[in-house]
Design a protein around this ligand. Structure first.
Ligand code: ADP
Length: 428
């Protein structure tokens, strides 16, 4: 039997001494308190809870029935056993009807008494067990309910995310189809036109012009396809660069020449060399992309500045424009694939991209162990910088280049005459 606490209430001091002793002999782990009156019993009950209470019915002052009624208010769960005199059946019935758990007949049979107390204790402990288990079950049910709620919420979020992935995939597909359809339509139209012109034997000059336009459209298609190809490789983590020893200053100069058709004012001597181990073609691609964007998103009369800075730890190639800039909320997304800032149109004549340029540029720079960073203020312009760690670029033969201390170069690209807008000649 688990630990139990019993209260015996009787005005007979002899019984009050004998009963606890007799019970302790028969029942283990039993703690017995005694009270010689109902009032005293109630005082005890107010400070201590009991598993079972045994009380005589006939006591001076408050009798056993009154005590029973009071106990039902104080400890309704506690079984109460009332002791009645032999032959007082009416009292026994009244006791049971009044809510007593059992009654004990006087003279008390010790074994019967111990058995009745034990039954009452078992019942109360069983009830407690059931209550405890019920509480555990309720807690478990509540935690299950909480889990179901959480999982449902996660599922709903996953569904929303999935829907938005599907949505952006569809958007992306529409964009790709749209971007590819444009150059194809112009190639088709021009081919038909050229056929007609050839039949009519019109001047060769017009034909050459049309051939140039067709060539431009085909180049655009080729670039779109190459970008899609690169983006797929980046996603599959199969995008790699092929490094070779390269003069980074010459690389910048070539990219700027190609971009600006030599309308450039270098403000520092380009005799300096900076040899690093890089993928020259891919780094030129990054630089051209930044230059083209700078041109696309800034007015033609505003200059574009390229700076080349060799520092202790890093080489930084920065492209700065004085154009539209990018709002802070859009800025955090511009390196994501297929992202284009909404509501922003490029300069007249520029070709809309797929929003892959910066995504690929960042991957190329990161493949070199570097970072592609941007600083931009809406309406004031942007600076994109390629930061390459010298430790990644240096080879033995080129060490001196990095040991020359810190130095920098600057190119300013400007078109004095907007008529010379290079958008048409530069392949953007
Ligand atoms: P896109 O082919 O659309 O130019 P990019 O990945 O190169 O794709 O650029 C993503 C978007 O970032 C552009 O659509 C444009 O909105 C914004 N952006 C890029 N460069 C600049 C810049 N220099 N000034 C302002 N906005 C820019």
């Amino acid at each position: 039997m688990a630990d139990a606490r019993l209260l015996v209430v009787d005005d007979d001091p002899a019984l009050l001494q004998a009963l606890p002793h007799m019970l302790r002999l028969r029942l283990q782990n039993l703690h017995v308190d005694t009270a010689e009156s109902a009032q005293l019993a109630l005082e005890l009950v107010r400070v201590q809870s009991y598993d079972v209470i045994v009380s005589d019915i006939k006591m001076p002052g408050m009798d056993g029935f009154d005590l029973l009624t009071a106990l039902q208010g104080l400890q309704p769960e506690t079984p109460v056993l009332l002791i009645t005199g032999h032959g007082e059946h009416d009292l026994a019935i009244r006791a049971l009807r009044g809510g007593a758990y059992d009654y004990i007949l006087k003279p008390i049979d010790r074994d019967d008494f111990a058995a009745a107390v034990r039954r009452a204790i078992d019942t109360v402990q069983l009830r407690q067990q059931v209550k405890h288990q019920q509480q555990e079950l309720e807690q478990y049910a509540a935690s299950l309910e909480q889990q179901v709620y959480q999982r449902t919420e996660e599922l709903q979020q996953a569904n929303v995310a999935l829907a938005s992935v599907n949505e952006s995939r569809e958007q992306m597909l529409r964009m790709v189809v749209h971007e590819m359809a444009g150059p194809l339509t112009s190639v088709k139209g021009l081919m038909q036109l050229m056929k007609r012109q050839a039949r009519r034997e019109q001047s060769g000059e017009r034909l050459v012009q049309n051939f140039d336009t067709v060539e431009g459209a085909i180049k655009r298609m080729e670039r779109l396809i190459a970008d899609l190809h690169d983006a797929a490789h980046i996603q599959m983590q199969q995008f790699h660069v092929q490094r070779e020893q390269t003069d980074l200053v010459a690389l910048c100069q070539q990219a700027i020449d190609e971009f600006a058709c030599e309308r450039v004012a270098p403000t520092a001597s380009t005799e300096n060399q900076c040899i690093g181990v890089v993928d020259a073609q891919r780094l030129s691609q990054v630089l051209l992309n930044l230059l083209n964007n700078a041109r696309k998103y800034s007015p033609v009369e505003r200059p574009i500045t390229v700076t080349f800075q060799v520092g202790e730890q890093e080489i930084c190639i920065a492209v700065q424009d004085e154009g539209a800039g990018v709002a802070p909320d859009a800025l955090q997304h511009i390196f994501e694939q297929f992202y284009r800032v909404g509501g922003v149109e490029g300069q007249h004549g520029s070709v809309k991209g797929l929003g892959l340029g910066l995504y690929i540029a960042r991957a190329i720079v990161e493949e070199h162990g570097g970072r592609l960073e941007v600083q931009s203020r809406l309406g004031q312009g942007s600076t994109f910088s390629i930061n390459l760690p010298t430790s990644e670029l240096a080879v033995n033969a080129a060490k001196e280049a990095f040991e020359m201390g810190t130095w920098s170069l600057l190119w300013k690209i400007e078109w004095q005459d907007p008529q010379l807008d290079p958008l048409s000649s530069v392949n953007m």
